[in-house]
Design a protein around this ligand. Structure first.
Ligand code: URA
Length: 240
């Protein structure tokens, strides 16, 4: 990877404008690979670069890939209106880096949410052609019946969709809970499908995307982690 000056490197990692990053260096707030750094023109090889700002350690990352266990009452929209936005759960550097959610969960839906500042990754993951299964557990108002599961598997017509939408799989988990797997990510899809099938979704949790399982990440609600390449590989669509 080509070299970066210290001020540009800090800016790329979300520490503010170039001017602000230069000031941080001049104020002695930055170390690089364990050494104090006082010259913002210092040329750095960003590979394996470890630095601190205000004593906090960071590793240089060209892009960040994040999994968050989204709690209730957090909005994924760019301009949240009724609840705090999802970026309030992440370090503020990620807002500067323009980290965004990959797709959206409703404010009252919990569970696995991917976030990144890599536009190509966001685009690829969000593409309807990609067919990455998303696994949800829905709590229902009325008991989960065989007929309900069958209707969801066969497909239900939503009023603004040209064709019925079907669950790739669905199964009863308990009297009032079902697991449903969808390949699409239409607006309020699970809730609308359950309503169209004659029940009501009272709570919804996303437990997996592709082979990436929320439980395996060990994140409490509101916690997040970086995803490593082996975990990103689990997001690939299943082989046909
Ligand atoms: N389906 C919904 O209805 N809501 C979500 O947040 C995700 C899928």
């Amino acid at each position: 990877m080509s070299k970066l000056t210290l001020d540009r490197m800090l800016q790329s990692q979300g520490f503010g404008s170039r001017k602000w990053c230069r000031q941080l260096v001049e104020d002695g707030e930055v170390t690089v690979n364990g050494e104090p750094a006082d010259d913002y023109r210092l040329a750095l090889d960003p590979d394996h670069l470890v630095f601190t700002v205000f004593g906090e350690e960071w590793i240089y990352r060209q892009h960040v890939y994040i999994a968050l266990n989204k709690p209730v009452d957090i909005e994924c929209s760019r301009k949240p209106s009724h609840h705090p936005g999802v970026l309030t759960l992440l370090p503020e550097q990620f807002t500067w880096r323009e980290v965004q959610p990959v797709g959206r969960l409703d404010h009252d839906t919990t569970g696995l949410l991917l976030m990144s500042d890599d536009g190509a990754f966001i685009h690829a993951q969000s593409s309807p052609r990609r067919h990455v299964p998303k696994v949800y557990v829905a709590t229902t108002h009325d008991p989960v019946t065989d007929e309900l599961l069958e209707r969801l598997r066969r497909g239900v017509q939503l009023h603004d969709e040209p064709a019925p939408l079907a669950a790739q799989r669905c199964a009863r988990v308990s009297e009032h809970e079902l697991e449903i797997v969808l390949e699409q990510g239409k607006y309020h899809q699970v809730k609308r499908m359950l309503a169209a099938a004659g029940n009501h979704c009272s709570a919804l949790r996303r437990i997996a995307i592709g082979g990436l399982m929320l439980d395996a990440l060990g994140l409490a609600p509101g916690q997040w982690c970086y995803l490593v390449p082996e975990q990103l590989a689990l997001l690939a669509p299943a082989a046909p």
